[in-house]
Structures are given as C-alpha cells and as structure tokens.
Design a protein around this ligand. Structure first.
Ligand SMILES: NC(=O)c1ccc[n+]([C@@H]2O[C@H](COP(=O)([O-])OP(=O)(O)OC[C@H]3O[C@@H](n4cnc5c(N)ncnc54)[C@H](OP(=O)(O)O)[C@@H]3O)[C@@H](O)[C@H]2O)c1
Length: 326
C-alpha cells in the first residue's frame, strides 16, 4: 500500500473513502426506515470486502439520517467498529423555519461539541476517528475552535481533526491556535471540477479568470503533510454513463470516449480511469466516492491496480479542461 500523508496518524486508512451522503434515504426522507439500515449494511460490507475501510459522514447528510442508518448497521455488527475509520463533519446549520431563518456556518464551541455528541449517538460509536469542520465560517474564532477540539480530544470523543473546503491561509490561521495537527482537507476535485489543477498551470491566462480554487492550497498541503481528500470524485457519473443533462459539451463527450478507450487498454473499469487520474497526482489524495451501487464500488476499487502514464494523464487533462494547455 502506498503511504499517504494521513498514514502518519491512521496507518491503515484506505485511499478510497466511502462517502455516506446518500445513505438514510435522501434529504427529503421522513424518518429512518429498516431499508435504510439494510442498505447501509450492504454498502459497509461491499466496502470492507473491497479494501475500503474509511467512511465519510457529516451531521447534516440526509438531515442526520445518513449517520443514523450507518449507526443502525453498526449496532447489528458492532465488532466491525475496530476495522473502520469513521470521519464526520460539523459546522453547517440549515435554516429551520423557527428560530433560525437563514442557512449559516457555525464554529462556536457549543455548536461543535453538541454536533459531535449528536453524531456519536446516531452512529452508535464512542468516538470519531476524524472530525472535519465542513465549510469555513467567516466568523470563526480560532481560540474557541481550539478549546472545542481540546475538550473533544481529552474526552476521547475525537482522535484527529481536519477541515473541508478551506484554503491554505484559513488552515494556517486555525492551526496557529490549535495544539493538535489539522490532518486533512476535503475539497471538490474531479475531472469535471478541475480548478485544483488549472490554478497551478494558468498564470496570466485570461480564459481561466474564473478559477474557484485558492492558489497554493495543494502545495501547502504537501509542504505541511495535510492529507487532501477529493469529494465529487466520480463527477456524479458525468464521464461514465451518468446524467449529462447539465453538460452535453464536446469536451465531456471526448473525455468520456478517451476514458472508455483507456479502460480497455488498461483492462480496467471506467471508474478506475477516472479515479486513476486523481491518484496520479503526487499529492497522494484520498478519493471519496459516494455510490449506492455495489458494482460501482467494486469498479472503483480497481483503481488500486493501475497507474496512468504521464502521456495519458495529460491527454485526459487537456480533453477535460476543453482546451490545450498554455
Ligand atoms: N466536504 C464537502 O463539502 C462534501 C460535499 C459533497 C459531498 N461530500 C462527500 O463526498 C461524497 C461523494 O460526493 P458526490 O456524491 O457528490 O460525488 P460522486 O462520488 O462523484 O458521485 C456519486 C453520485 O454519482 C452517481 N453516479 C456515479 N457514477 C454514475 C454513473 N455512471 N451513472 C449514474 N450515476 C452515477 C452515484 O449514483 P449511484 O448511487 O447510483 O452510484 C451517486 O449518486 C459524498 O457521499 C460525501 O461523503 C463532501
């Protein structure tokens, strides 16, 4: 197994991470059903059978039902807890039609501590391996977050701490107040969302003026051994037979065609080529994949067996970005 930055803390973490956002029905689901627990159990089994031992949650997924479904499955097989690495996130608050009128982010100590307690109770576990702050709160007080982290660490409720959707300076600011290391940063990175790469190769290119990724975040993570994790890694199936309603561009068609060609050449699945594109980057990212389809998870796991050549990687990059490199 290739050593990832996160292995300094969690030596057995798999490089593929199962994204649990679709568990528990959906965002409109009305209460936890047995079928949700059954599905969670099936997905846990297929992941563990295919070498995926890390599970990505958030307190908000399906408004708590994703964690509850997973926790229901874990209750039936509590011996599995030791072979899993569970991460969850907090810090996003939805409007609730009552005392809270707008969606907001909240990194206050009380909110963080309460969120973790609720996640632990839903997940049927005593501890989270990693707690992520979900989206940067502009009102963040680093000292207050540090206090919450220290309390969670002391109580044994959380082993490690991480962030999501943050840039390098936001991480440095938070880290300056925290005794414990920020070990990971989860950001959208895929063949459809290429800002993480375009940012580094597009100096003075006006056509790329709208890049939504903060300069130097990748390099900062490599310098500081912060594990990058990609969300949206499969681009929701855009290049592998999924819904193209929102994008029927020539670039998508050409990229999908090359992915299919390479899958045949490398004798692997299209998902393995799509994830292999992410894995080929030397930052050694972990990739979060969120499928409820068992055969898709097995297809993803095939990425372990391939390594794209630099020529193929650049060909995919050029087609996916829709124009030649500068
Ligand atoms: N930190 C953050 O802010 C953040 C934000 C969003 C998500 N996440 C995490 O990242 C995980 C993955 O995110 P994601 O679900 O947005 O991205 P994804 O893994 O790229 O896409 C998964 C979705 O795409 C569908 N899909 C994939 N290939 C398909 C195909 N060939 N045909 C049809 N459908 C296909 C899957 O459906 P099937 O179930 O049918 O396979 C599933 O609904 C989430 O579960 C969550 O854990 C984190």
């Amino acid at each position: 197994m290739q050593s990832l930055p996160i292995h300094d803390y969690l030596p057995h973490a798999s490089r593929l991470v199962y994204g649990c956002m679709s568990l528990g029905g959906n965002w409109q689901a009305n209460g936890l059903q047995n079928e949700h627990i059954h599905t969670a159990r099936q997905m846990i089994d297929v992941c563990l059978e295919n070498g995926i031992n890390m599970f990505d949650h958030a307190d908000i997924y399906s408004h708590g039902l994703a964690e509850a479904a997973f926790g229901g499955a874990l209750k039936q097989q509590s011996q599995l807890r030791d072979s899993m690495i569970i991460q969850s996130k907090c810090g996003i608050r939805f409007a609730n039609g009552a005392d809270q009128k707008v969606k907001r982010f909240d990194f206050s100590k009380d909110w963080i501590l309460n969120s973790v307690d609720n996640s632990l109770s839903r997940l049927n576990t005593d501890y989270l391996d990693v707690l992520f702050l979900h989206r940067p709160d502009p009102l963040m007080q680093p000292d207050e977050v540090a206090e919450a982290f220290s309390q969670l660490k002391r109580s044994g409720k959380v082993k490690y701490f991480a962030v999501s959707n943050m840039n390098a300076y936001q991480i440095d600011l938070l880290q300056s107040a925290c005794a414990m290391p920020i070990i990971a940063n989860q950001i959208e990175m895929s063949m459809a969302q290429l800002d993480w790469l375009n940012e580094g190769v597009c100096a003075n290119q006006n056509s790329m003026a709208n890049i939504g990724f903060n300069a130097g975040t990748i390099e900062h993570s490599r310098l500081n051994k912060i594990q990058m994790q990609s969300w949206g890694s499969l681009a929701q199936g855009l290049f592998s037979g999924g819904d193209k309603t929102n994008s029927s561009s020539i670039a998508v068609q050409q990229t999908a065609a090359l992915i299919a060609e390479l899958a045949a050449e490398y004798q692997t699945s299209v998902e393995a080529i799509i994830l292999g594109f992410l894995w080929r980057h030397p930052m050694k990212m972990q990739t979060v994949v969120g499928s409820l389809n068992e055969s898709r998870i097995k297809a993803c796991a095939q990425v372990e067996n391939i390594e794209l050549s630099a020529e193929h990687w650049y060909h995919l990059f050029e087609l996916a970005r829709g124009e030649e490199l500068p």
